[in-house]
Write a protein that binds this ligand. Structure first.
Ligand SMILES: [Zn+2]
Length: 136
């Protein structure tokens, strides 16, 4: 969830992420909606405004993530943490196959599910970007 942060902080977070969503990896230039600053751990969960708790996110990922930090995975019958861009490495948890983001770990699976990373419209969008060499 986003609240107003100083422009300098927003700029730092965007540049650290190379202006890509830290969850789905789409570049801000290829989405017609402004990107947001995600509080990885929301205020509700004790998170603050320090850069270690912030991630650059497209509005889709940020909206679906909300204040969630984990989800229940039926396949594991367990609660699994979501991907945290500050402590996890993206390629260790996900891979991209024809635009589809596939899990390489439980964390990847939990995040794909919760953030709806492969909703049809998002998948089509990434495939089009891939055809033009703009993703990932
Ligand atoms: Zn995203």
């Amino acid at each position: 969830m986003s609240r107003r942060l100083p422009d300098s902080v927003r700029q730092f977070v965007a540049e650290r992420a190379a202006h890509r969503c830290e969850y789905c990896r789409v570049h801000q230039e290829y989405l017609f909606l402004p990107f947001q600053i995600d509080h990885i751990a929301s205020l509700k969960h004790g998170g603050g405004d320090e850069p270690e708790n912030l991630a650059y996110a497209c509005p889709h990922c940020n909206q679906f993530k909300g204040t969630d930090l984990s989800t229940f995975l039926e396949s594991y019958q367990d609660i699994v943490a979501l991907f945290n861009p500050r402590i996890h490495i993206w390629v260790e948890h996900f891979l991209v196959d024809h635009g589809e983001i596939l899990p390489k770990s439980r964390i990847g699976e939990a995040t794909i599910k919760t953030l709806h990373l492969n909703d049809p419209e998002r998948l089509i969008h990434r495939r089009l970007l891939m055809e033009d060499g703009l993703y990932p």
